[in-house]
Design a protein around this ligand. Structure first.
Ligand SMILES: [Zn+2]
Length: 236
């Protein structure tokens, strides 16, 4: 009886608040959550986890001593992946990140469950985090952590804005150099650890590089990268 009441309530709520797929905007069937079965099946997977020297690895090669470069989906303008990322980042749908993390974590589990000690999401700047209410990369990392069975810690790295006033000959020639940097808050937590850095979408790889450098300097054993999507064109 209880489940009957629950189902009637569910149908009633769905009538006024239709649930729809975050990738194609078609209505979700019973039992479907966030992304419809068809989209889940047709999402453009990269299969990079079966190809060690994949395009993302090659993009970062030489800039970082990378162990693995993994990315779940191919980013295409106007496609389902762009819609998912857009809804995840700008329309208050953190559940998209968590779900994609769980699905990818399941796909990676067989080959990679022993490869990493710790997942670290690329942090947002605190002001942006406050405005958005969540970090989309952290949501993705949370889902990954569940099915990959590797712990996730979002408090180890912080994103800060550094303002450096540089003085030359005269006051007139003084200028301010503002740049965003990543700082490792706990060196002990990453020492000798195989780290998996999680990002939402990788384009040029500059953010990954900036976040990985202080971790390497602080003494982690290795750095790998995982993202929801990768844009081979280097733009989104
Ligand atoms: Zn769909």
């Amino acid at each position: 009886m209880k489940s009957f009441v629950r189902e009637v309530c569910h149908d009633f709520i769905s009538l006024f608040y239709p649930r729809y797929c975050m990738a194609c905007y078609e209505g979700l069937a019973k039992g479907e959550e966030t992304i419809c079965t068809r989209c889940m099946y047709e999402l453009p997977r990269t299969h990079y986890h079966t190809e060690p020297a994949n395009p993302l690895f090659r993009r970062l090669e030489g800039r970082l001593p990378l162990q693995y470069a993994l990315s779940f989906l191919r980013f295409r303008q106007g496609g389902r992946v762009q819609r998912l990322l857009h809804n995840l980042k700008y329309y208050n749908h953190p559940e998209i990140g968590e779900m994609l993390g769980r699905v990818y974590g399941e796909e990676l589990h067989r080959h990679y469950s022993q490869a990493f000690d710790l997942i670290i999401p690329i942090p947002l700047h605190p002001a942006r985090l406050k405005k958005r209410g969540y970090n989309q990369s952290e949501e993705f990392a949370r889902g990954l952590s569940k099915n990959l069975m590797v712990p996730m810690n979002p408090s180890i790295v912080e994103r800060v804005i550094k303002t450096e006033t540089q003085t030359r000959k005269s006051k007139l020639m003084r200028w301010q150099n503002v740049r965003e940097v990543f700082e490792v808050k706990s060196t002990a937590a990453i020492a000798e650890k195989h780290i998996l850095l999680a990002d939402d979408v990788v384009t040029t790889g500059a953010t990954i590089e900036a976040c990985a450098q202080p971790l390497l300097q602080a003494g982690c054993a290795s750095i790998s990268v995982v993202s929801i999507a990768y844009s081979e064109q280097g733009k989104i």
